[in-house]
Design a protein around this ligand. Structure first.
Ligand SMILES: [Zn+2]
Length: 322
């Protein structure tokens, strides 16, 4: 079995979008726009997860790092899956797009035909080529001997149909359906039989990659120009979703479904961290959770063991994420 050095986790931006989806009023003018973006991110993540089964067929020569976000010196780039051996690197780009997909070499775009509608996307091979170039720069900056870099673009949607424009047969051999992934990886590997790195070099490279990874600081509120004052405050019911709970006798109670919870406020505070600020004062937390007693709020924050800094009224708690 291949070794997973960085596992696939829900991208931070997707978690932020999910928090925004929870907290945006039902009839907010930006709701459709946010829901569209959320659907795209969910589909993308589902597509990435769907290749894991196929990667399970690789042997222990392969080290795998998922969702790496690196900086090439000028700008950041995101790699869905990076495969590493002593002789090469393979960057895997995953697209989860449904419909009839045509690769257009002339205008460098991917055209999707679905539901009687035509839509253009960025050509995934060009995107992969750019990542390859950026990865090359990154290796150079980190003084890593020239390691061959190959790319693969996986069309992960089980019902997408891949087509080429006439006269481009044989073009884009790196674009493949998910089930071909192990075969294609072995085929690429056969071109690079000679190790460029030692096992120790590979371990060091993995250490460098993990240290260089950074999550995107992007905030969907800024992206969609939504002021944080538009967000619904309060503690949402973990069972029925969008109802704001009431605090009664040290418990959270949902007036809609009757569900009770001892720690539903943790989710609300995480939403605050995702969308507003990673640190929160007692007063800010009381206002966000609709808690009238400062001492109750203090007790709740302390019970969550969030690291605190500052003193007196200026104490801020660092909200821990699951
Ligand atoms: Zn409920």
């Amino acid at each position: 079995m291949c070794l997973i050095e960085k596992s696939r986790t829900i991208p931070l931006y997707l978690q932020k979008l999910q928090a925004l989806d929870r907290r945006l009023p039902a009839f907010h003018p930006k709701r459709a726009e946010v829901e569209n973006e959320l659907a795209r991110w969910r589909a993308g993540f589902k597509g990435e997860q769907s290749i894991d089964y196929h990667l399970g067929f690789l042997n222990e020569d392969w080290r795998i790092l998922h969702n790496l976000r690196l900086h090439d010196g000028t700008r950041s780039f995101q790699i869905d899956t990076l495969l590493l051996t002593t002789s090469c690197i393979i960057l895997v780009e995953v697209k989860n797009i449904t419909g009839i997909l045509t690769l257009d070499a002339e205008f460098h775009q991917l055209i999707r035909f679905d539901n009687e509608k035509e839509e253009a996307f960025q050509h995934p091979v060009h995107q992969a080529d750019r990542h390859k170039m950026q990865m090359g720069w990154w290796l150079e900056r980190n003084h890593i001997p020239s390691l061959p870099i190959k790319t693969l673009v996986v069309m992960a949607h089980p019902r997408s149909v891949l087509k080429r424009k006439n006269g481009t047969a044989g073009m884009y051999p790196q674009v493949i359906p998910a089930y071909l992934l192990p075969d294609k990886i072995h085929e690429l590997h056969r071109h690079y039989p000679d190790p460029v790195l030692s096992d120790a070099d590979v371990r060091e490279l993995i250490r460098l990659l993990l240290a260089a990874h950074s999550e995107s600081p992007q905030n969907p509120l800024h992206r969609h120009h939504i002021p944080s004052s538009d967000l619904v405050k309060g503690v949402f019911c973990p069972a029925c979703g969008k109802t704001v709970m009431e605090r009664i006798h040290g418990n959270w109670l949902c007036p809609h479904c009757g569900c009770t919870s001892k720690k539903a406020h943790h989710q609300a505070l995480q939403d605050y961290a995702f969308l507003i600020h990673p640190r929160i004062s007692n007063q800010e937390a009381a206002s966000f959770l609709h808690i009238s007693s400062p001492s109750t709020m203090k007790r709740l924050l302390r019970s969550l063991s969030y690291p605190a800094s500052g003193s007196g009224r200026a104490v801020k708690y660092k909200i821990l994420l699951d």
